[in-house]
Design a protein around this ligand. Structure first.
Ligand code: NDP
Ligand code: MG
Length: 393
């Protein structure tokens, strides 16, 4: 039986992972499941999967978790250190689906055991791609992409020589405002930005999709995961979101990956890799779909994209700064302190300050350095937000 652990089991990716594992109960020995505040679901998952341990990242959720699992035989624990300890428990396959920078430490701990890490947590690659990939190499571990675009690129590269790749194109739905007149964008409301044209996701990722900050992170993820040079990575707006990515080769061939909007495809591919197995996802009827559209992203509509290329050029801690600044700017937009377009302005100002000659950009990357960069970028972001608010007044 394969030993598996699921970090962030109660989230959107985590629930889809649990769904696939629960369909084939004889095949898996579940080691750890982790969550945050959704204790009822975490306990239900731990019981259903007969996990060895359930962990919540919040200390104050330990007692409710203990109560919910009383008599089940499942061990319980809470807090960041407990998450890392759970990641050190031997497992063959570990899903990294915690949201945000907190996903990095458990992911590194799992790689240090030599496990295969199915990586949904894109923030890990953006903040510390070189550290993550080097840790995998040092311990003979494997990282498999779960973000749908990167799973698509990974699949298009099977049997290919990476040296023959000329370009990688990741697609973007274009988000809530893809067809809005540009002059309306500055006045876009939180409610408008929180409505995705193609699917239902959490509010933060939906707004990141409208602003294309999500795609900006995915461009960096492409560089870090596949080692593709920034000038060979392109973004293409594709409103139907059925082509997830394309890989262009030196002979001009373009390999596209198509699939339904269902994260269980990418999760299931990582779970069954290197084989393919039956998955409960819809099959595309292209004759019925009829048309697929593509357009170049307008830099004025999506200023976040240009920031991704600046961050890649800077390297070092710029990715950590991007994640921290983006999260602060997003909070400020959701709280009504800054407008939609000011999110990119704020992040741009933070990146500029980071790239000053005396900035910490060239420092070596380890977890302490990253924590300091996160703190510094958040401070810079709060100052930039305050300036934006003043400028508006
Ligand atoms: P969700 O917000 O739905 O779930 C996040 C999970 O992490 C939950 O289990 C949550 O617990 C837990 N969690 C929250 N904060 C912390 C913390 N500080 N420490 C430890 N655990 C925490 O996120 P998604 O599933 O949507 O996304 C997970 C990751 O996958 C993200 O990095 C995202 O960018 C990426 N991704 C998501 C896609 C999607 O379709 N959703 C597609 C591609 C990538 P609880 O809910 O119990 O509080
Ligand atoms: Mg994606």
């Amino acid at each position: 039986m394969r030993r598996v652990s699921i970090f962030g089991a109660t989230g959107s990716i985590g629930r889809n992972t649990v769904d696939l594992i629960a369909r084939n109960p004889g095949a898996y020995d579940v080691v750890a499941v982790t969550g945050g505040r959704n204790i009822a679901l975490l306990a239900e998952q731990a019981r259903a999967l007969r996990a060895d341990i359930a962990v919540t990242c919040h200390d104050d959720c330990l007692e409710p978790l203990r109560d919910a699992l009383a008599g089940s035989g499942v061990a319980v624990a809470a807090g960041r250190a407990a998450l890392i300890e759970a990641a050190r428990r031997p497992a063959d396959w570990v899903m990294s689906a915690i949201v945000g920078a907190d996903g990095l430490a458990p992911g590194l701990a799992a790689l240090e055991t030599g496990a295969t890490l199915a990586l949904a947590n894109k923030e890990s690659l953006v903040t510390a791609g070189p550290l993550l990939m080097q840790t995998a190499r040092d311990h003979g571990a494997t990282v498999l992409p779960v973000d749908s675009e990167h799973s698509a690129v990974f699949q298009a590269l099977v049997g290919e020589d990476i040296a023959a790749v000329e370009r990688v194109i990741i697609t973007a739905s274009g988000g809530a405002f893809r067809d809005w007149p540009l002059d309306r964008l500055a006045r876009a409301t939180v409610a408008q930005a929180s409505t995705h044209p193609n699917w239902d996701m959490g509010q933060r990722i939906t707004i990141d999709s409208a602003s294309m900050f999500n795609k900006a992170l995915e461009v960096i993820e492409t560089k870090e995961y596949f080692g593709i040079a920034p000038d060979r990575i392109e973004v293409l707006v594709h409103p139907q979101s059925l082509v997830h990515a394309l890989v262009g080769f030196r002979d001009g061939a373009l390999m596209a990956h198509l699939g339904a909007h269902d994260m269980r495809h990418a999760i299931g591919y990582a779970l069954n890799w290197p084989e393919r197995a039956d998955l409960p996802v819809a099959r595309l009827d292209l004759a019925k779909i009829g048309q697929l559209e593509f357009r170049a992203p307008d830099p004025q509509r999506y200023p976040a994209l240009e920031l991704a290329y600046r961050v890649m050029e800077l390297g070092g801690l710029a990715g950590a700064a991007l994640i921290a600044a983006k999260d602060c700017a997003l909070d400020a937009f959701i709280d009504g302190r800054i407008g939609f377009l000011q999110m990119a302005d704020v992040v741009s100002r933070v990146i500029d300050r980071f790239s000053g000659n005396n900035g910490p950009i060239s420092a070596g990357i380890d977890l302490d350095t990253l924590a300091r960069a996160d703190h510094l970028a958040s401070c810079y972001a709060h100052e930039a937000i305050a300036r934006s608010v003043e400028e508006q007044a």
